[in-house]
Write a protein that binds this ligand. Structure first.
Ligand SMILES: Cc1cc2nc3c(=O)[nH]c(=O)nc-3n(C[C@H](O)[C@H](O)[C@H](O)COP(=O)(O)OP(=O)(O)OC[C@H]3O[C@@H](n4cnc5c(N)ncnc54)[C@H](O)[C@@H]3O)c2cc1C
Length: 401
């Protein structure tokens, strides 16, 4: 068995763990980032970076790189599939609140890759790919962490452990924390295509949420592709959902010529709304998907995980560099992020999802009328823009003592 010592170990080099590792390394704290994969995952999940996240990442000089790789999306649409009505929101209206009054549409793996490479360049920091955290024990003075590599077991003694190891977090499972909430009954089916949807659908912008009683849709553009997200029946076997005839049906309804559309990826997701009861257990904390899950409507999952990472690492830096009390700092992190996750992220994503799926007895018509009223009222529209851009969530966090 190999033995190492460090100050902080982070499990998971997804976007959230990579941000946490870089934040600590930049502040002179020794850190080891463990990643079970051979490299950062290249999956196509998050693609939206919201203004507060861009502001945070700007401290690292990363935002301009994301802007260079991504697409600026100042406008997003709520669209009605049946009638073709469009309710548009323009984030330049909140340019007095943020230096980045737009979303950046860019795949999440660019961030994980850039940051894990940057972590390696910092003295006292290391990234260990092909190292899967398998267990840990904590005592009053620190944590013993065990990771499995292809050839041996590595034991690391650290002051703190951060679990940023995603939705199936082994750190959360070892802590035996309740992860209450629910799983949506439907499956989510995501296609990517190089087809130029903007040439075929009038007035399309880069981010479009489309309501429909039978098949709502999210149409998102990233630099090289369009992503098309639709719901699918729980009982329908995955093989059928991934088959050409299903793809042809979806694109027939969207564009009129499904068979003529080639897709690059077809992926099925189960989607959950869950929050861990506790984010901190003495010297071990969980952040990102390890701590909370939500539906992707609105693009809050990765962004809120990055906000967790900034909040927690700010507290750790104060513990190390200003001799702040560890229990009170970690307690404050937990109170701030737990409340924001529960009261804002969960509530808002559930509302976003309800808006897309029509519901029964004309409830969608009522919601649509409310949305139109909100859109036409400058003050209400501004409130909506501040909520959907996550600026409001960070105000909520600041108010928690
Ligand atoms: C279809 C879809 C669209 C989405 N769109 C958006 C969006 O636009 N905006 C947004 O904000 N969010 C979006 N999300 C959510 C977003 O993808 C997640 O919230 C985000 O990936 C969470 O990041 P993370 O770093 O916490 O976890 P992950 O990205 O899951 O990373 C966890 C990492 O930990 C590693 N790991 C796991 N176990 C171990 C272990 N035992 N030891 C070491 N390493 C381990 C994994 O290999 C992985 O690299 C979307 C999700 C889906 C499914």
């Amino acid at each position: 068995m190999r033995h190492l010592k460090t100050q902080v170990v982070i499990a998971g080099a997804g976007p959230v763990g990579s941000v946490a590792a870089y934040y600590l390394a930049m502040n002179g704290i020794d850190v080891i980032l463990l990643e079970s994969g051979v490299d950062c995952a290249l999956d196509l999940r998050a693609s939206t970076f919201h203004p507060p996240t861009l502001e945070m990442l700007d401290q690292f000089g990363i935002t301009e790189k994301l802007i260079a790789r991504g697409l600026k999306a100042p406008i997003y649409h709520f669209r009605e599939r049946k009638t073709g009505e469009v309710i548009d929101f323009d984030m330049t209206e909140i340019a007095d609140e943020t230096r980045f009054p737009y979303r950046i549409q860019c795949e999440q793996y660019h961030l994980s890759r850039m940051l894990s490479e940057a972590v390696l360049a910092q003295p006292g920091a290391d990234v260990k790919f092909s190292h899967r955290l398998v267990g840990f024990n904590q005592d009053q003075d620190g944590v013993d962490i065990y990771a499995e590599s292809p050839t041996d077991i590595l034991q690391i003694r650290a002051d703190f452990l951060i679990g940023a190891d995603g939705s199936n977090s082994i750190v959360r499972k070892w802590l035996d924390v309740d992860f209450d909430g629910f799983t949506y009954p439907e499956k989510f089916l995501c296609y990517t295509t190089e087809e130029r949807l903007e040439d075929k659908l009038p007035n399309l912008c880069h981010v479009n949420y489309v309501s429909d009683p039978n098949e709502w849709m999210v149409l998102l553009k990233v630099p090289s592709l369009w992503r098309v997200l639709v719901p699918a029946k729980e009982e329908q076997p995955d093989a059928e959902l991934l088959a050409d005839h299903k793809k042809n049906d979806v694109f027939d309804r969207l564009l009129g010529d499904g068979a003529g559309v080639a897709t690059e990826h077809r992926t099925i997701y189960r989607v959950h709304q869950r929050v861990a009861k506790k984010f901190v257990h003495d010297r071990v904390s969980i952040i990102g998907d390890a701590a909370h899950l939500n539906n992707p409507i609105g693009g809050f999952g990765m962004n809120s995980g990055i906000h967790d990472a900034f909040n927690l690492c700010d507290k750790l830096v104060r513990i190390y560099n200003d001799a702040a009390d560890a229990d009170s700092m970690l307690g404050l992190f937990e109170r701030q992020r737990h409340k924001t996750t529960h009261d804002f992220i969960q509530a808002q994503t559930i509302r976003n999802m309800e808006y897309l799926s029509e519901g029964e007895d004309g409830v969608h018509d009522k919601r649509k009328e409310e949305m139109m009223r909100l859109h036409d009222d400058p003050e209400a529209r501004r409130g909506f823009l501040l909520r959907q851009s996550m600026i409001e969530s960070l105000e909520l966090e600041k108010a928690v003592a």
